[in-house]
Design a protein around this ligand. Structure first.
Ligand SMILES: C[S@@+](CC[C@H](N)C(=O)[O-])C[C@H]1O[C@@H](n2cnc3c(N)ncnc32)[C@H](O)[C@@H]1O
Length: 213
């Protein structure tokens, strides 16, 4: 029987408890979310977004293609953005959107903090298996219903510490979106299930796989 020996991230990935879980996001995957938000909000360029677990800034760079202002921070100093633990309250101003690929082990805590602080909405990129689980249903999804789940039809290769143009993965990823505007409250409604059509080739840009500053 053949075995998948790729370095790509598998659904059963286990990180040491003290790991920062740094798996940067290919830029096209963040642009796919922005294209979705842009459909409902054509004036995204006037909005401010916070990337609170920015790593080396891969997601922040892609967000900058769509938002007017991007504020980046991370608990670890990767040389990009402010150094701060998102799970401890700070004195940041209000941001319209908060968007990240959170550390998997802290993803649920991140979501609660993001919803509490975002003005218009927030979104996380997670393994699709994040949607299952009785415990998470009780403590998160039954209380704070997402507005939309965007399932990638293409695979999004994630590798520890780097983005790879020719990477591969056996893991499925999705975006989960919570819109917080008063007329679209997070706590009610039926989430939209959206399949992100193949878009990688269209959304990749020259320089996407070069080192971030
Ligand atoms: C999966 S990586 C994602 C990096 C970046 N968002 C991206 O998509 O390219 C998770 C990031 O969360 C950061 N992190 C872990 N715990 C954190 C915390 N409590 N507050 C802020 N950032 C944290 C890690 O240092 C790491 O950079």
């Amino acid at each position: 029987m053949s075995q998948n020996t790729s370095h790509a991230v598998m659904a059963q990935r286990a990180e040491p408890r003290d790991s920062f879980d740094f798996f940067p996001t290919p830029l096209w995957a963040t642009r796919a979310l922005c294209e979705f938000i842009l459909q409902a909000d054509p004036i995204l360029k006037t909005k401010r977004v916070w990337e609170p677990a920015c790593g080396q800034g891969h997601m922040s760079r892609a967000l900058g293609d769509y938002f007017g202002l991007v504020y980046s921070s991370d608990a670890h100093d990767y040389g990009h953005g402010a150094v701060r633990d998102f799970l401890f309250p700070g004195d940041e101003p209000a941001f319209d959107w908060i968007i990240t690929n959170p550390p998997f082990r802290l993803a649920e805590q991140f979501v609660h903090a993001m919803i509490d602080r975002a003005v218009e909405g927030c979104a996380i990129l997670v393994r699709t298996t994040f949607l299952e689980g009785v415990g998470r249903y009780r403590t998160l999804f039954s209380q704070r219903k997402p507005t939309a789940i965007l399932q990638f039809t293409e695979r999004v290769p994630m590798h520890k510490g780097r983005v790879e143009e020719n990477g591969s993965t056996a893991t499925a990823y999705c975006w989960i979106v919570w819109e917080c505007r008063p007329h679209r409250p997070c706590a009610s409604g039926v989430p939209a299930m959206v399949w992100i059509p193949p878009c990688r080739r269209k959304l990749e840009r020259p320089g996407d796989y070069e080192a971030t500053s």
